[in-house]
Design a protein around this ligand. Structure first.
Ligand SMILES: Cc1cc2nc3c(=O)[nH]c(=O)nc-3n(C[C@H](O)[C@H](O)[C@H](O)COP(=O)(O)OP(=O)(O)OC[C@H]3O[C@@H](n4cnc5c(N)ncnc54)[C@H](O)[C@@H]3O)c2cc1C
Length: 358
């Protein structure tokens, strides 16, 4: 077993502390053998040409989202990831994509097909997974719940500004004790004159440090069924606390939320959420979009590895010249794209077809 004298210990301490506080090296100067991720690599992952199956409209949307993400988001996003902060100035850039509201028709929403909405999400995730979670929670969870389960007045009041990303929404289902088992949730809604009183706790809720509106699920104390509510960010009794020290999705502002006798007026109860089955109607569509997130992330990882292997030279040749590295790229294409992207494309189309039948 290696031992160290007290002297050796203090020496290594000095060396370590002398490095702390130095500014980070400019990566292109420190390691010129590879292009940094802020200059995003070209897309190289569509080996099986699944993109050829997309309609011209979806392809045009894909190009638009890819361009904005590569040019506007990739160059600035890394420091936000390091600090676990949200880049608010990116919101207007994401708004130019006109993807918030996804499949919702009318109320200023884009009325995309599920495939269109999914491809846009994948392209956002390809460059930054956190940005795709921001838009997913806002659009495919909160906005979709208002569209599917809200009253006409609620849709007119909330959706247009959410579609423009002038306001931001979050979607609060998960609780500390009920994650996968969400239908057992214990946040309570009690009927009182003119509205409802909500008491309970939520966890992991994305966007909730800054969301203007919170779509919240709670158990009706009279019927014991799940109901849905729109809660405003300044509601008395509402407290959000950011979850710190995450190792992934660091830009996503996930919170613990405490509801202490939060009053919600009758007009903000979502009339279409009368049981967990109604929540499931939203999840049936949003889970398809969620499934495209890892596809998008894998696309980005593949593109990054592909470029690095071609740029980085060892033993006098690019790493890509070695068969063991080629085999790794092939494995990524097999596991993540052949099985994943093809399945997701079929699933998106079947869900869209079923949805339009209803
Ligand atoms: C980045 C991020 C953003 C999120 N955003 C939101 C949001 O906006 N709104 C919201 O409501 N929630 C959100 N969530 C919460 C998310 O939906 C939950 O994390 C998820 O439902 C799982 O719940 P849990 O974390 O409590 O895990 P648990 O339910 O405790 O599961 C732990 C592990 O056990 C496994 N497991 C659970 N049940 C079974 C079973 N029956 N059989 C086999 N294995 C099982 C799970 O797969 C998992 O690996 C977010 C989470 C993250 C990480």
């Amino acid at each position: 077993m290696a031992t160290s004298t007290p002297n050796q210990g203090s020496c290594s301490k000095e060396v370590t502390s002398s490095r702390i506080g130095l500014p980070a090296l400019d990566i292109s100067a420190a390691f010129p053998q590879a292009t940094p991720a802020s200059i995003f690599p070209p897309s190289a992952s569509d080996y099986y040409q699944f993109d050829d199956l997309l309609s011209p409209e979806v392809k045009a949307l894909q190009r638009k989202v890819r361009e904005v993400m590569e040019k506007e988001v990739a160059p600035i996003i890394a420091p936000y990831w390091e600090k676990a902060e949200f880049p608010f100035h990116v919101i207007p850039k994401l708004a130019t994509l006109s993807v918030a509201g996804g499949t919702i028709k009318g109320y200023g929403c884009p009325g995309l097909s599920i495939t269109g909405s999914a491809i846009a999400t994948a392209e956002i995730a390809r460059v930054d997974a956190s940005c795709s979670t921001f838009i997913l929670a806002h659009s495919s969870l909160a906005m979709l719940t208002i569209a599917l389960c809200g009253s006409e007045a609620q849709k007119q009041k909330y959706l247009p500004s959410l579609a423009q990303l002038h306001t931001v929404a979050c979607w609060a289902l998960t609780e500390p004790d009920y994650g996968s088992d969400a239908s057992s949730l214990r946040t309570m809604a009690t009927k009182v004159a003119g509205g409802w009183i909500i008491d309970g706790q939520k966890r992991w809720i994305a966007n909730s440090t800054f969301a203007d509106v919170l779509v919240v699920f709670a158990r009706n104390t009279s019927t014991n069924q799940i109901n849905g509510f729109i809660v405003k960010k300044d509601a008395p009794g509402l407290r959000t606390t950011k979850i710190e020290n995450k190792i992934g999705m660091r830009i996503v502002q996930n919170c613990d939320i405490l509801f202490k006798k939060v009053f919600v007026p009758d007009e903000d109860r979502l009339p279409g959420v009368n049981s967990f089955q109604d929540t499931n109607k939203v999840l049936a569509v949003s889970r398809v979009i969620v499934a495209w997130q890892p596809i998008g992330i894998s696309m980005g990882v593949f593109d990054m590895c592909h470029r690095y292997l071609k740029e980085r030279k060892q033993f006098g040749v690019p790493l890509a010249a070695f068969q063991i590295n080629q085999e790794k790229l092939v494995r990524m294409l097999g596991m993540d794209f052949l099985e994943g992207k093809g399945d997701c494309l079929s699933w998106s189309r079947i869900t869209w077809w079923q949805w339009n039948l209803d």
